[in-house]
Design a protein around this ligand. Structure first.
Ligand code: NAP
Length: 299
């Protein structure tokens, strides 16, 4: 029996593992994929203290190697159910059933997609959700990045840096991303299609163009492109927590108190799945708080 099973091996889950292990708790971290969560897709992180700039994958590699000193990590192991017996939790995985005194949901978010013709059809053939993964296929080619938040700006800047000709498509006339990133976009002459939405993605075997509609004027234009990167945010990955009785808010984010405890005793949540400011610094802090509270209750 583990003192704590942490579901999700992003920054929140990994930090929860470090704090749990160092507090003398027997901790297991499980993830349905490889360690890292959405940070693996971050081309460059410039606001994680002590690193002026670091690639997401590199930061995760360092975090995971530190975590392994204190907690067991099981990758590629989907959890299908978490249920509570009188005192403990049973975590049903693709391998076996695991028992734990506490559970931390650090399940993060899922990437959002667009409901437009061509998006599904051309997935992997020009439609992408990850500049780090697919950017190199588009060097010297034309792409669009859709979105106006930090992710879209960072992805556009990354693509531009590696030699991809890229423009941004945003549905409003103001970007949501940090002022520093807005200035970087301007300094790099990245064109922005304002008040624009993707009406369709068109092509033959691969993407060849996208039709954009201006939501103020209804004017449509078709832009010749080789690829389109969707960077329009994420939705909480909280179905597992919800089906185990944990309360979520109207948007599906897990409700937690100041100790990251949820509505089910012994169940905690940390990181992006709790909503709020979705930053690595916040996720790591929340992981630390959750494990520290578990440790204080088990003492
Ligand atoms: P986000 O901040 O929620 O931004 C999503 C963007 O996509 C918004 O501009 C939104 O438009 C647009 N959008 C949403 N649905 C759309 C749709 N159906 N069609 C067209 N556009 C749509 O998401 P994010 O950029 O992925 O960032 C998530 C969190 O991670 C944020 O808290 C962000 O600060 C953080 N983050 C930080 C960094 C960093 O370097 N510090 C990097 C990446 C992410 P509206 O503006 O009109 O709503």
């Amino acid at each position: 029996m583990y003192d704590v099973v942490i579901i999700g091996a992003g920054p929140a889950g990994l930090t929860a593992g470090i704090y749990a292990g160092r507090a003398g708790l027997d901790a297991l971290i499980i993830d349905s994929k490889q360690v890292g969560g959405t940070v693996n897709n971050a081309p460059l992180i410039e606001n994680y203290p002590a690193f002026e700039a670091i690639e997401g994958m590199k930061l995760i590699e360092m975090m995971a190697s530190q975590t392994k000193k204190y907690a067991e990590i099981k990758e590629f192991t989907p959890v299908s159910e978490v249920s509570k017996t009188k005192d403990n939790f049973i975590i049903k995985t693709s391998d076996d059933d695991i028992e734990a005194k506490n559970v931390i949901f650090a399940t993060g978010t899922n990437v959002r997609s667009l409901d437009a013709p061509g998006i599904e059809e051309y997935a992997g053939r020009g439609v992408s959700y990850c500049a780090v993964c697919d950017g190199n296929f588009f060097v010297d080619k034309e792409v669009l990045v859709v979105g106006g938040g930090n992710s879209a700006a960072v992805e556009a800047l990354y693509l531009n840096r590696i030699g991809v000709k890229c423009s941004l498509v945003h549905r409003r006339d103001k970007l949501r991303c940090d002022a520093k990133l807005q200035k970087d976009l301007e300094d790099n002459n990245i064109k922005i299609y304002w008040n624009s939405e993707v009406k369709s993605v068109n092509g033959d075997i691969f993407v060849e163009s996208a039709t954009l509609i201006n939501n103020k004027t209804n004017e449509e234009i078709t832009v010749d492109i080789n690829g389109i990167f969707l960077s329009i945010g994420h939705d909480p990955n909280s179905q597992l927590a919800q089906s185990s009785g944990v309360e979520c808010n109207e948007y599906g984010y897990i409700i937690v108190d100041e100790n990251m405890a949820t509505s089910v005793e012994g169940a905690y949540a940390a990181g992006d799945v709790t909503g709020g400011i979705k930053q690595i610094t916040v996720a790591t802090a929340q992981g630390a708080i959750a494990s520290s509270d578990i440790q204080s209750k088990l003492m």
